[in-house]
Design a protein around this ligand. Structure first.
Ligand SMILES: Cc1cc2nc3c(=O)[nH]c(=O)nc-3n(C[C@H](O)[C@H](O)[C@H](O)COP(=O)(O)O)c2cc1C
Length: 202
């Protein structure tokens, strides 16, 4: 498993975000398996709330173009997304909405149709954000034609399941993570895209 470029996106702007910790743990695991990881913290990529009038008047924000570039230049994209009211967090949904409006450089196909997507969520609740991930899967697969791996990582009681060193210590999410990494490895072994990271998010 070498030479695969994976974008790992932390989909929360909260300072003590559990999903940022999950994203870091996933990045560490992928690096350990020989993959090249680019870590993207959505907190560092401000986007206005999507509004059609704003788009008409001011165009698509540079940040959305940079996110589009980040998505399309990686072979795999892992998104750690919080669950809000059993649904996709507004921050992740908003970012995806803006990126889906980019039409140049291959538009939706290059950003969502080419990379392999993998999903995870961390929550203090018992379900670990599973319902939000199903909604995110729906958005990516049905809305944007993405290929989303069947395996997902959900970390319930994440404030206890992730230790102070950022390691996932609960057995179940660790197993889920192993399964996800192995599916990603398998999917990318047959990947025919020649996506390669650029300076998009440096
Ligand atoms: C408006 C709102 C709705 C939420 N709904 C859910 C929910 O449906 N399921 C869940 O497990 N957690 C829910 N939570 C709790 C979040 O999962 C929790 O705040 C989590 O830590 C957010 O992710 P972060 O730590 O990465 O910022 C909700 C939180 C907020 C503010």
């Amino acid at each position: 498993m070498t030479g695969k470029n994976i974008l790992v996106l932390a989909g929360s702007t909260r300072r003590e975000s559990l999903n940022r910790k999950l994203a870091s743990a996933v990045a560490t695991q992928l690096i350990g398996k020989g993959m090249h990881v680019t870590f993207l913290d959505i907190a560092e990529h401000d986007l206005p709330l999507y509004n059609g009038d704003l788009e008409v008047q001011h165009g698509i924000p540079d940040t959305a173009h940079r996110l589009h570039e980040a998505f399309r230049t990686h072979q795999g994209v892992f998104i750690a997304s919080p669950e809000y009211n059993a649904n996709v967090s507004p921050i992740v949904s908003n970012a995806i909405a803006w990126v889906s409006r980019v039409q140049k450089d291959g538009g939706i196909q290059s950003a969502f149709g080419n990379p392999v997507y993998a999903l995870g969520s961390a929550s203090p609740g018992g379900f670990g954000g599973y319902r939000g991930l199903m909604a995110l899967r729906n958005m990516l697969e049905l809305g944007l034609g993405a290929r989303v791996l069947p395996a997902m990582v959900t970390v319930g009681m994440a404030h206890e399941a992730i230790n102070e060193h950022g390691q996932i210590i609960s057995p179940m999410p660790r197993q889920m993570l192993d399964r996800l990494v192995s599916q990603l490895d398998e999917a990318l072994a047959h990947c025919v895209t020649n996506n390669s990271p650029t300076s998009a998010i440096a």
